[in-house]
Design a protein around this ligand. Structure first.
Ligand SMILES: [Zn+2]
Length: 115
C-alpha cells in the first residue's frame, strides 16, 4: 500500500512539476511578446536614450551608441575590448547580436544626418 502511494505521489509530483514548467514557459513567451517600451521609443527616435537593462535589443542599441563600438566602426574591425563587452552582455552568442549593434549604429548615423 505504501509503495503504491509513493509511486502515485511521485507521479503527482512529476506532473505538478511539468505543469509548473509549462506555466513558466508560457509566462516567458508572453513577456517576450510584449514590446519593450524603450525599444518602442527608439523605433521612432533611435537617439531616444531610453534603455531597459534586461532587454537585448536595448543592450544592442546602447552598445551601438557607446565608445567601444565607436572604436570598432573606426577600425572597421572587432576590437578585443568590444568582444569582451559583447560577451559580457550577450554571452557566447554575441556575434549574432553584433548584427543588431551594427544595424542600430546605422540608424543612429542616419538620425544624426536628418537632425
Ligand atoms: Zn528594449
Amino acid at each position: 500500500m505504501s509503495a503504491y502511494r509513493t509511486v502515485r505521489q511521485k507521479l503527482a509530483d512529476q506532473r505538478s512539476e511539468e505543469i509548473r514548467e509549462e506555466g513558466l514557459a508560457k509566462l516567458k513567451a508572453i513577456r517576450e511578446a510584449i514590446p519593450c517600451p524603450a525599444c518602442a521609443d527608439a523605433e521612432g527616435n533611435p537617439m531616444s536614450g531610453h534603455f531597459i537593462a534586461k532587454c537585448k535589443e536595448c543592450s544592442a542599441r546602447a552598445v551601438a551608441g557607446g565608445p567601444t563600438f565607436f572604436e570598432v566602426a573606426k577600425a572597421k574591425a572587432v576590437t578585443p575590448e568590444y568582444a569582451r563587452l559583447m560577451k559580457s552582455i550577450f554571452g557566447e552568442e554575441w556575434k549574432a547580436h553584433h548584427e543588431r549593434v551594427k544595424a542600430w549604429a546605422q540608424r543612429m548615423a542616419e538620425a544624426r544626418q536628418v537632425a
